[in-house]
Ligand binder design. Structure first.
Ligand code: C5P
Length: 319
């Protein structure tokens, strides 16, 4: 059976990836750039419902609040928004869409369905203009990595992509989550542009994720995977799914688990082909996808045709 079919069934391993991706994964394992020292157990065999409950219980969406060093000494309590991310929407959302940037969403005609959700999450520089039919045009929140803030090509300061939405930024920190070490040596220095943006746009909700949150997600992926996963942070996509799980009753994720439209086209908005975008090289993306597949409560047909998985709370799971 094909790789895609096996992925839909949750029955794949990294051994089925092409040799180039396998080599990249191995190299990341031996480099261990972020100093990951996993102390837990691997391969706990939780069911989808148990996994969902575990995530709901353990995962705490934490952002930099300016109360810890070095941020406290640098006066960051004044820089961060007064209202924490978790309190922005007191009653949360009913149904939410997480729109992945995969090329496979092209020609999906999912735009109207996506816009019908109460909140829509998008990633990095993924546009809506010109792609409305397939990806919709509503954006409630955008998750951006530190390269978006620092690479002039993205025009973070001027681009309309980053206006009138909630912004959540992140940067790979050491596994120790030592904020002093991270502040001195971030992957890309997001701190300066963050403070500048906050000064210029004080009413726009804009947060930086706490490294503890990112690595907590990594631990959970590793605990629930038999193989050794890449010792690098999860992808923005997985981070986004977990943030929405904390704010929404239902999370509808589009083109994370690929549909029948699966393609090596990395992003729907860019002419660049690389299977690593869908299956992972740096990020433990394949393993993230296997967990999300395990928790899927949606119809199989929606998975094949829309590339959609549904994560919601099933009361039976708590019995
Ligand atoms: O590439 P970028 O990180 O901006 O894309 C947003 C997210 O969409 C990724 O972090 C990944 O989780 C998901 N994605 C995917 N397959 C692709 C491209 C992106 O699953 N081909």
């Amino acid at each position: 059976k094909s790789f895609l079919y096996k992925l839909w069934k949750g029955d794949v391993s990294s051994k089925m990836l092409n040799p180039r991706l396998q080599k990249a994964m191995k190299d990341y394992l031996s480099t261990n750039k972020h100093g990951v020292r996993f102390k837990g157990k691997r391969n706990s065999k939780l069911t989808g419902d148990q996994l969902f409950c575990e995530l709901k219980e353990r995962v705490n969406v934490k952002t930099i609040d300016g109360k810890e060093a070095p941020f406290s000494t640098l006066g960051w309590e004044k820089h961060v928004p007064q209202i924490p991310l978790g309190k922005l929407f007191t009653h949360g959302f009913g149904s939410c869409a997480v729109v992945m940037s995969a090329g496979a969403i092209l020609n999906s005609s999912l735009g109207d369905e996506i816009d019908s959700h109460d909140a829509v999450l998008r990633f990095n520089s993924a546009p809506t203009r010109g792609y409305e039919k397939d990806v919709g045009n509503k954006t409630t929140m955008r998750i951006i990595n530190s390269q978006i803030l620092t690479n002039p090509n993205h025009h973070f300061v001027d681009s309309s992509l980053y206006k009138d939405v909630i912004l959540v930024a992140w940067d790979p920190a050491p596994y120790s989550a030592n904020l002093n070490v991270w502040y001195k040596k971030p992957d890309y220095n997001l701190f300066t542009p963050y403070v500048q943006h906050r000064r210029k746009n004080p009413t726009q909700p804009f947060y930086i994720l706490h490294p503890k949150f990112i690595w907590q997600l990594w631990d959970i992926i590793q605990e629930n995977t038999k193989e050794k996963i890449q010792p690098n942070p999860p992808s923005s996509g997985f981070i986004g799914i977990l943030i929405m799980m904390s704010m929404c009753d239902e999370v509808h994720v589009y083109e994370y688990i690929p549909s029948v439209r699966q393609t090596d086209l990395c992003h729907y908005h860019e002419l660049y082909y690389d299977a690593a975008c869908t299956l992972g090289a740096y990020h433990p993306l394949l393993y993230e996808k296997l967990l999300v597949q395990r928790m899927n409560k949606g119809l199989q047909d929606d998975l094949y045709r829309k590339g959609k998985v549904l994560n919601n709370f099933d009361k039976r799971a708590s019995l």
